[in-house]
Design a binder for this molecule. Structure first.
Ligand code: GLC
Length: 520
């Protein structure tokens, strides 16, 4: 386990929308370099960039055409290397997005694979036996290529699945994991990883990490064996490199070789979801019917919905890696959609003080809104969470000097749209709270990623929620009323507070909408 991960606090950047320095309306590597001090000042010490490789961008870059070439719209490989170097000078890390399960339909491997004549890449993707043959239980496309067969896709039509083999093959075209052509796919993935690690990147967020082996068992034994093989390579050749999975199943992903896994970021009805998104609507419908999210003021939320899901996973995995809680990401509706900045302060207070490696999505620190927009680059409902970063008042809110029509996506046109500038000026802003909490975390070792969590009070539909990490006691109350709970600790004094609270004579009392860290 790389030691730096114990202290890592990530900032996720959707490169399209972060900062445009060449006036073409889309973000670039140079823009990220220029904002490194901003990110560091916020309290983050690591970056995750969404895919920034050559791509037709039918799924915002998750359809990679050349894994070893930076997308020209963001800059060159040299610019990306400069980003690694500049970040390292500031003691920051940069991880890239590894789209391991599929490529773009325009990737040269796939184009070769489509040919009728057998070649080195014929089995790099998964083809059925003939043009009308279906692949049971898997998405497939027919009629697109000269080759007589249909091919399996992983996500959209533009994303053919790479062939790592079948854990339980049923037909001759379903190759076993140890087939030389499937092993070759795995080795090709390692080659891509080595390429970027040699250029200075610090690891990868792995897209759809659970998707490699097809017809896998419930334990994902096939996919796990592939990742364990890859992790062994990293441990030997790049022991400082990190792997974080988009898997949402740490009980499986951590033993499979990942250092961290995002918990529950896309599982509707799951524990993570109950913290922010427990409202009756479906993605993209900008209507909130009833919001019972834990952090919604007076929403009647229930911390047990989160804990009953999180704690067993945490207990089972705490000695093998980290659970990563996120403020949001490029696939989710921004939490500002239904929560106010005051509610978000409490949410971030909790997310950034639980064990694990936390991730802050760009713009969440200033409470950027979710916009109702038509789809862009395969974003659909996700598009509204991918709009340009809001830096300051004035043209395009400081994101770009391009004409408005040339912007990748429109900036928030609301007169009160928050910007970094306006949030910096307001001492009571969400931005300042984020900075304070992250600073507190960084200056108190007991709050780093390592496991030391104890639950002191967490009753069904009751408040406050009180937990302990080392000698610190943390309590949160999203409701408007004062609440109190018996705690088996004689007393403590507030070291950091949003709102107000007391810990005396075995009772923890929190005023309405408060989050307090007590020293004991
Ligand atoms: C992951 C990415 C998402 C992408 C999909 C297909 O879920 O986060 O943005 O569309 O995989 O690669």
């Amino acid at each position: 386990m790389p030691e730096w991960l114990n202290h890592a606090i990530f900032y996720e950047i959707y490169p399209q929308s972060f900062y445009d320095t060449n006036g073409d309306g889309i973000g670039d590597f140079e823009g990220i370099i220029q904002k490194l001090d901003y990110i560091k000042g916020l309290g983050c010490n690591a970056l995750w960039l969404n895919p920034c490789f050559d791509s037709p961008f039918k799924d915002a870059g998750y359809d990679v055409r050349d894994f070893k070439k930076a997308a020209p719209r963001y800059g060159t490989n040299e610019d990306l290397v400069r980003l690694f170097t500049e970040a390292h000078k500031k003691d920051m890390r940069v991880i890239l997005d590894l789209v391991a399960g599929h490529t773009s339909e325009e990737h040269p491997w796939f184009l070769e694979s489509c040919k009728t004549e057998p070649n080195e890449f014929s089995n790099r993707f998964i083809w059925t036996g003939h043009c009308f043959e279906r692949a049971e239980g898997l998405g497939f496309i027919g009629g697109e290529a000269p080759r007589d067969g249909t091919y399996i896709i992983n996500f959209f039509k533009c994303q053919p699945a790479l062939n790592y083999g079948f854990y339980q093959p049923r037909k001759p075209w379903q190759l076993p994991l140890d087939h030389p052509d499937c092993v070759a796919t795995r080795e090709a993935l390692k080659d891509i990883m080595r390429f970027w690690l040699d250029l200075g990147c610090d690891g990868f967020r792995v897209d759809m990490a659970e998707s490699l082996a097809k017809y896998d068992d419930d334990k994902k034994s096939g996919t796990s064996s592939i990742w364990r093989n890859i992790r062994a390579m990293l441990d030997k050749e790049y022991p400082e490199a990190m792997l974080v999975a988009e898997w949402s199943n740490p009980e499986l992903s951590l033993p499979a070789g990942f250092h961290a896994d995002f918990l529950l970021n896309h599982i509707v009805g799951g524990g993570y979801y109950s913290l922010f998104r427990r409202y009756n609507n479906s993605p993209g419908k900008a209507v909130i019917e009833e919001d019972r999210s834990f952090f919604k003021k007076d929403g009647g939320g229930d911390i047990r919905l989160f804990l009953d899901d999180y704690l067993p996973r945490y207990e089972k995995t705490k000695n093998s890696g980290f659970i990563s809680l996120i403020t949001g990401n490029h696939d989710t509706i921004r939490t500002r959609f239904n929560l106010t900045p005051e509610e978000l302060k409490l949410a971030y207070g909790m997310i950034f003080t639980l064990p694990g490696v936390p991730f802050l999505y760009y713009g969440d620190e200033i409470g950027m809104r979710y916009l109702d927009l038509p789809t862009k680059e395969g974003g659909y409902f996700r598009t509204g969470a991918r709009t340009p970063m809001q830096w300051r008042a004035g043209k395009n809110l400081g994101f770009s000097s391009a004409p408005e029509e040339a912007l990748y996506l429109p900036v928030d046109s609301a007169p009160n749209a928050p910007t970094v500038e306006s949030e910096e000026k307001n001492p009571a802003s969400l931005y300042h709270t984020v900075k304070e909490i992250l600073k507190f975390r960084q200056t108190h070792e007991e709050l780093d990623g390592r496991p030391n969590l104890e639950i002191l009070y967490a009753e069904k539909e009751k408040l406050p929620f009180v937990y302990k990490r080392g000698s610190l006691i943390l309590a949160v109350n999203p409701e408007s009323q004062r609440v109190s709970a018996p705690i088996k600790v004689s007393g403590g004094s507030p070291l950091y507070s949003i709102g107000q609270g007391r810990l005396e004579n075995g009772t923890c009392t929190l005023e309405g909408q408060s989050f307090v860290i007590f020293g004991t």
